[in-house]
Design a protein around this ligand. Structure first.
Ligand code: SF4
Ligand code: SF4
Length: 131
């Protein structure tokens, strides 16, 4: 990505999320409380710091944004009200909007199903892949 594209992406992600990463004191409590920590290549505090530092490209390529459960534990735990979950959601939205609508079609869903998958996972996938 060009520097101007990185700056535009950062601006967009911050605007979507409403988060001010400058408030983060990098205490790591958000990541320490995240129930899906082990599934994430980049953890909540890293999302905050990487967006702030303009390290956007690796975040956009990582699947970490899809591992967030939106449980808001990190949001509750943060002593500075940074709300990292909103930033992770904004990164995901930024990526999906760039891909365009209808990334996941209803007729493709059966290919992703297995016997143990709850129905909520299908609904969640539509929400995460179609915005
Ligand atoms: S808990 Fe808040 S202040 Fe601490 S690292 Fe996470 S976002 Fe930053
Ligand atoms: S909202 Fe996402 S990043 Fe935050 S604690 Fe829950 S799973 Fe982890």
């Amino acid at each position: 990505m060009l520097p101007s594209e990185i700056e535009a992406a950062k601006k967009s992600i911050l605007s979507i999320s409403g988060v001010n990463p400058k408030k983060c004191m990098v205490c790591g409590k958000c990541s320490g409380t995240c129930p899906n920590y082990d599934s994430m290549e980049y953890h909540p505090h890293q999302f905050v710091q990487m967006v702030e530092n303009g390290e956007i490209e690796p975040l956009l390529k990582s699947k970490s944004m899809y591992a967030c459960l939106s449980c808001f534990a990190c949001l509750e735990r943060c002593p500075r009200q940074v709300e990292p979950a909103k930033l992770i959601e904004a990164v995901r939205l930024f990526v999906e909007r760039q891909r365009g609508p209808h990334h996941l079609e209803a007729e493709d869903v059966p290919n992703y199903l297995d016997a143990d998958m709850p129905q909520q996972a299908v609904m969640s996938a539509f929400r995460k892949y179609k915005k």
